[in-house]
Ligand binder design. Structure first.
Ligand code: ADP
Ligand code: ZN
Length: 516
């Protein structure tokens, strides 16, 4: 349709051919049509608006949420000889004036703008006097409360479509489950846009979830033989990042920390070293990785459970961009889930709490899945796999299902007998007939459920109680010392009208998952 775009692809961007759907999207924009693009990270979204920006008269306006990302993109474009600039609050007054002068002088092909800048009356007024090639809204999920990274300043972007009729608008995101997707389209008024949905599957990434237990040892086992490989370990807090880095260094690993509490200088030093392959291992909070383009990351470990599947997918997705086999390991601990839930419940906004709890529950569901992990993951994004993937822990070694109806009943009665006023540890102690002082003082050794589970070990009972919690039969009152309470849905189980099975928890990878 437009032979010059092939030439530009080769001459300016240096690529031999288009990736799936890039051509169609570009041709849409060139024809003046809107597009909504859902493509995984690394799929090649930027080209979809950068290339047509060079072929349509006027300047392309690109909205991006993070100043650092903007700068990286603009630097990369300049290096390719493309006339690009950014306009944001990080600029000195002098620099800002220069950018505006170039804008008005028609000297720019692309201008990256922060959303609040773009939607200011002053800036919109300027744009009305100029020829505009297209609008591109990157990280479009930021407009949705349902997205995991809502940014209020994105809301205003909804006015763009009406304000500039006739100028094509493209919205792009790497993370949007069906609900968020609909919300983005509605909020940006993109009902007429063509939707491009590429598969989110990353077949070369192997997903493994282990029940978190003595995590440092689990990590050492995992890292054994991977010392030279590039990898990232994500932790929930800065403190955990620091602690883990120290322990890894002590154990002889070349590891460094990365989190938002470090100086900008230190952060760039660590990131540069990692990109240059001088430093194999980074321990980080989720602050690390946005916009980093390193193809040979061989593994991503989540030391703590992520808050939602969007984050998990995005972070694990940094592994294996080169298409070679890579690992995604999650150490799943119920304590971390309780912690995350506590943080959510602290939030003031009730709507937010509801959404985040829902997302956390989906994450827990993924970790607890006994079927193909990839199915659960992709299913969350509205995608269905034709067959089980054969490259996740549950496919490679299906968990053994054990019949736990009778034991579940014992556990439920025990919670009832201690008047639903004690936490998980104590309930396990009563079940196992522990002789600890506090238990004896409470007189709990005289309960009918005392010692009825002595035939099973502590780990088993903990896992079973967690299973009951995940399934909603038992509630853990986070605001009240994590006391266990029966939910009414547990009644059929207690009365013997329902049965229960549980996948045997695994703390070590399946032998087959280790090979290869
Ligand atoms: P996204 O924004 O979707 O995460 P990018 O636009 O940053 O992805 O592209 C990811 C990588 O793929 C970049 O290194 C980019 O240069 C490369 N890329 C994009 N399109 C092509 C193509 N047609 N051929 C080869 N490489 C490409
Ligand atoms: Zn699978």
């Amino acid at each position: 349709m437009c032979p010059q775009i092939e030439q530009t692809l080769k001459d300016v961007f240096g690529f031999a051919s288009f990736r799936p759907q890039q051509r169609e999207i570009i041709e849409d924009l060139l024809a003046g049509r809107d597009a909504f693009v859902l493509m995984p990270t690394g799929g090649g979204k930027s080209l979809c608006y950068q290339l047509p920006a060079l072929h349509r008269p006027g300047v392309a306006i690109v909205v991006s949420p993070l100043i650092s990302l903007m700068k990286d993109q603009v630097d990369a474009l300049k290096a390719q000889g493309i006339k690009a600039a950014c306009y944001n609050s990080a600029l000195e007054a002098q620099e800002a004036r220069q950018v505006l002068a170039r804008l008005h002088g028609g000297e720019l092909d692309l201008l990256y703008v922060a959303p609040e800048r773009l939607m200011s009356e002053d800036f919109l007024g300027r744009l009305r006097e100029l020829q505009i090639a297209l609008f591109a809204i990157d990280e479009a999920h930021c407009v949705s409360q349902w997205g995991h990274d809502f940014r209020p300043e994105y809301i205003q972007l909804g006015r763009l479509r009406q304000k500039f009729p006739g100028i094509p608008l493209i919205a792009l995101t790497a993370t949007a489950e069906p609900h968020t997707r609909k919300d983005i389209i509605a909020r940006l008024n993109l009902e007429k846009a063509r939707c491009y949905l590429t598969s989110f599957d990353r077949p070369n990434i192997r997903y493994t979830v282990l029940e978190k237990k003595r995590p440092f040892n689990q990590l050492l086992d995992f890292l054994d033989g991977r010392r030279e490989e590039a990898g990232i370990i994500y932790c929930l807090s800065r403190k955990r990042v620091e602690q883990l880095t120290a322990k890894l260094q002590e154990a002889g690993f070349a590891a460094a920390s990365y989190h938002a509490g470090l100086s900008g200088e230190e952060r760039s030093r660590v990131q540069e070293a990692f990109l240059r392959d001088d430093l194999p291992l980074i321990v980080a909070t989720v602050a690390f990785g946005m916009g980093i383009d390193k193809s040979n990351i061989r593994y991503v470990v989540h030391h703590d459970v992520p808050k939602n599947i969007e984050g998990y997918y995005q972070e694990t997705g940094r592994a294996g961009r080169d298409g070679l086999n890579s690992e995604a390991l999650l150490l799943f601990g119920m304590g971390d889930v309780a912690l995350a839930r506590g943080l959510i419940d602290n939030s003031q906004n009730e709507e937010r709490r509801r959404i985040e709890n829902h997302k956390l529950a989906a994450m827990v569901g993924f970790a607890q899945a006994t079927g193909c992990r990839r199915r659960v993951l992709l299913g969350y994004f509205g995608e269905t796999l034709a067959a089980d993937c054969g490259n996740c822990d549950t496919c490679l070694d299906p968990p053994e299902m054990v019949e736990v109806t009778e034991d579940a009943r014992k556990a439920l009665s025990c919670i009832y007998r201690v008047n639903q006023r004690f936490g998980l540890g104590h309930v396990v102690d009563v079940l196992r007939g522990s002789k600890n002082q506090r238990l004896l003082e409470l007189g709990h050794h005289r309960l009918s459920t005392y010692g009825i589970g002595a035939d099973r070990d502590k780990d088993y009972w903990q896992a079973l109680l967690r299973h009951l919690i995940h399934l909603g039969y038992v509630e853990q009152d986070v605001g009240n010392f994590s006391v266990l309470k029966l939910h009414q849905s547990s009644r059929p189980l207690l009365r013997g009208e329902a049965t229960l099975q549980m996948g045997r928890p695994r703390t070590k990878p399946a032998p087959t998952a280790e090979a290869g």
